[in-house]
Design a protein around this ligand. Structure first.
Ligand code: SF4
Length: 497
């Protein structure tokens, strides 16, 4: 009897949700052949097992080892195309997730892989940058800088040696899209980096991967080796090669100058800009440092044209955004949608509302430096301009939902403490300010806070915002000040004396 092909995600989050147990339990079952895919990002349904049917894939959710007989019998499955969480998304960058085997180069190619690179090879470097300008793509890592401008600077800077560096130091709490990309579709990232190399004339690339992502680093190393063996790096008549470098676990190494310091073997400390890395980066040479998702977005843009990308999203935020929903929601997971949906829409339609028994208190977008939104502000559209207008950041698209049992004072203290721990120490407002801020919040936490402490916290916040050298210190006051603004009753105060 021909074994039935069953598809099971091998993503770290899916394995944590039980996929690994299933794989172990079913390893020797002769009636099935287990194919390890990436995850579709519907982590609330994991472990999810799929099989082919004449009408497309069917899936079984939250599977236990003894569910195998009914899956083999084809009983109780749901059509994947009809899962509302997936049905309502527009997947371009994450189009292969749950479908292909991540490390199967032929599968990547058969689903359109390397078409973007082929298109780039048919264009002059100037024309590639022009396509990027038309696309309206902004960096997906946090700063949201127009990608083409950075590329143009690197391209026009004369140098025999140039570099492409993928920033895979994804450190924001509640974000995991970079990890998913590296584990789940590594050739897409490689292709994006090669397109960039072609545009600026770089011959060497590095993937700076955070220490906490061992499976992602392994997947990338394997995929790079496979690409090398398939001579993919030599396709452009000039040498290009790629290497994975593991970071030492510092949050601030997500900042490009600190990342480059670390890549060169020094302590990851932020440097003042200019010069910008596009002019003088790694070893003083022109370097493009971009986030993993930025590179992963490029193959589709080159394959389909900049105008296609610009047709998605909003005026100032073109394309789609990978949002990662976590915290006290019913349906945590990754969704890819065009910019412009409201935060409320995303939470209701994809997050599925609050977890059973939980009531919403606040939502934080953009990691530990992101502002807190109370329920009344959830109608903000998810796009760079609306968030900037609200004094918030979209960051890396992490959305964490807190319930009414969360203490805002504890949360504020946690974030300030995070900054104090992760500060690189280069500038005083962040190095000293974060420690003083933590002390004040600890006073408030212990019930000893005074009204003057809140004024002090506000002054300190303004100083950190305006005088810090990088976003870690500059953004650190936002979660604290928005917690005080929206939940003032929790900051128990007593008059001095
Ligand atoms: S803001 Fe903090 S992390 Fe950034 S340079 Fe200053 S001390 Fe370093």
């Amino acid at each position: 009897m021909t074994p039935i092909r069953l598809y099971l995600s091998n993503d770290t989050s899916s394995r944590a949700a039980g996929a690994e147990k299933l794989a172990d339990a079913w390893r020797d079952r002769s009636e099935i052949q287990l194919i390890h895919t990436s995850s579709r990002g519907a982590f609330f349904l994991e472990p999810m097992v799929e099989r082919d049917t004449p009408g497309g894939r069917e899936a079984w959710f939250n599977v236990l080892p003894n569910d195998l007989p009914r899956i083999v019998a084809g009983v109780g499955g749901t059509k994947v195309a009809e899962i509302p969480f997936l049905q309502q998304q527009n997947r371009f960058t994450f189009a292969n997730f749950g479908i292909t085997e991540p490390l199967a180069l032929d599968e990547y190619q058969s689903r359109g892989g390397f078409k973007g690179l082929a298109a780039a090879q048919s264009l002059s470097p100037d024309a590639i940058v022009e396509e990027l300008r038309l696309s309206g793509l902004r960096g997906r890592g946090g700063a949201a800088f127009p990608v083409w401008k950075k590329w143009q600077v690197a391209q026009q800077t004369e140098s025999k040696q140039k570099y492409v560096v993928a920033n895979a130091d994804e450190g924001d709490a509640g974000t995991y899209s970079d990890r998913m990309m590296m584990e789940g579709d590594p050739f897409r990232l490689i292709e994006g980096m090669m397109i960039c190399a072609r545009a600026i004339g770089a011959t060497r690339g590095y993937l700076y991967c955070r220490y906490e992502y061992p499976a992602a680093a392994r997947a990338m190393q394997f995929a790079i080796q496979k690409a090398r063996e398939a001579d993919l790096f030599d396709c452009d008549d000039y040498p290009f090669d790629l290497e994975v470098v593991i970071g030492a676990g510092s949050y601030v190494c997500g900042e490009e100058t600190a990342l480059l310091e670390s890549l060169e073997g020094r302590r990851g400390v932020v440097l003042a800009k200019p010069p910008y890395p596009a002019v003088s980066g790694l070893y003083g040479k022109p370097t493009i440092v971009s986030n993993v998702l930025t590179f992963a977005t490029l193959p589709n843009i080159l394959a389909n044209g900049g105008a296609w990308h610009a047709s998605l999203g909003t005026e100032g935020s073109r394309g789609t955004m990978a949002l990662q929903i976590g915290g006290r929601v019913k349906q945590p997971g990754l969704v890819e949608v065009p910019f412009g949906l409201t935060l409320r829409d995303v939470l209701d339609r994809f997050g599925g509302g609050m977890a059973p028994g939980a009531r919403l208190k606040a939502v934080q977008v953009g990691g530990p430096l992101g502002s807190l939104f109370p329920e009344s502000q959830l109608d903000i559209p998810i796009c760079y301009d609306a968030f900037a207008g609200a004094g918030a950041i979209l960051g890396h698209g992490g959305i964490v939902v807190y319930d009414d049992e969360t203490s805002m004072v504890d949360l504020a203290r946690h974030f300030m403490s995070f900054t104090a721990d992760e500060s690189c120490g280069k500038c005083t407002p962040c190095r000293v300010g974060s420690v003083r801020g933590r002390e004040i919040l600890e006073r408030i936490q212990s019930g000893q806070g005074t009204a003057e402490d809140l004024i002090l916290l506000s002054d300190l916040g303004e100083t950190m915002k305006s005088a810090s050298l990088c976003a870690l210190g500059g953004r650190a006051p936002y979660p604290v000040l928005t917690a005080i603004e929206h939940f003032p009753e929790e900051f128990r105060l007593k008059p001095r004396g």
